[in-house]
Design a protein around this ligand. Structure first.
Ligand SMILES: C[S@@+](CC[C@H](N)C(=O)[O-])C[C@H]1O[C@@H](n2cnc3c(N)ncnc32)[C@H](O)[C@@H]1O
Length: 218
């Protein structure tokens, strides 16, 4: 039997619903964690692909998306990158807030399918690339947003060093983080805090206080 295409897999295993903090945007989201995780393992076992992060709107991404929608001055007319985009929520919010262009970066090809479907669902266009660009310069980019990227030590270390280099080059860097273990605790300007309702299947509490930080140059 042939495997479903990534787009078919996303459609089949999700419903469309708004994330709790962003009622104005709908996404293809998992209703329950376990069945989707099992379906993903079954479908993707041979491909050795990662878990379906794209099927959830993580607290860090929700906080950044909320911030951009409430403060469109931060994004209007600017060239934006949503790094580690997952569902593409932040990219879609940036588009809605008037970004000149938006590039979503991911390393999971199923996330790319979800980003395309979610952008279309919300009537916006988002360019998406499946490539690990950590460490590369991002010429022509004004604003980089990263939602919930400090959950694993090796990744958080690489990402924060890179984001600081981008900040030093004049890029505005926003980080959304619900107090993950590996968030840097220095060189950050606090911009906002949101109470994000969460599922006990994913988090250890029903609400996560989530901060939006601007990363300062190193
Ligand atoms: C916890 S999810 C956050 C998704 C989204 N930003 C949000 O807040 O809903 C982390 C995402 O980082 C992506 N990721 C991990 N390493 C990456 C890399 N080097 N480049 C781009 N994306 C990456 C994963 O595939 C995953 O979708």
């Amino acid at each position: 039997m042939t495997s479903p295409s990534p787009a078919d897999f996303v459609r089949t295993n999700t419903i469309t619903a708004p994330p709790p903090l962003i009622p104005e945007i709908r996404l293809h989201l998992a209703t329950e964690v376990t069945p989707l995780w099992e379906a993903t393992e079954e479908t993707l076992r041979k491909s050795n692909l990662p878990p379906p992060y794209w099927a959830f709107a993580w607290p860090g991404g929700q906080a950044v998306a909320r911030h951009l929608l409430d403060r469109p001055d931060l994004v209007r007319g600017r060239r934006v990158v949503d790094f580690a985009a997952g569902s593409g929520l932040v990219a879609i919010a940036a588009r809605r807030a008037g970004a000149a262009s938006v590039l979503a970066l991911e390393i999971d090809s199923f996330a790319l399918a979800a980003i395309d479907l979610n952008a279309a669902l919300n009537g916006v266009t988002v360019d998406a690339r499946c490539e690990d660009l950590i460490g590369d310069p991002l010429p022509g980019v004004d604003l980089v947003c990263a939602g919930d990227v400090c959950y694993e030590k090796p990744m958080a270390g690489r990402v924060t060093a890179w984001l600081r280099t981008l900040a030093a080059a004049g890029v505005t860097v926003l980080l959304g983080d619900p107090g993950r273990s590996y968030r840097p605790d220095q060189g950050m300007e606090h911009l906002a805090r949101y109470a994000v309702p969460t599922s006990l299947e994913l988090e250890d509490r029903t609400v996560r206080e989530t901060d939006v930080w601007r990363m300062l140059p190193g």
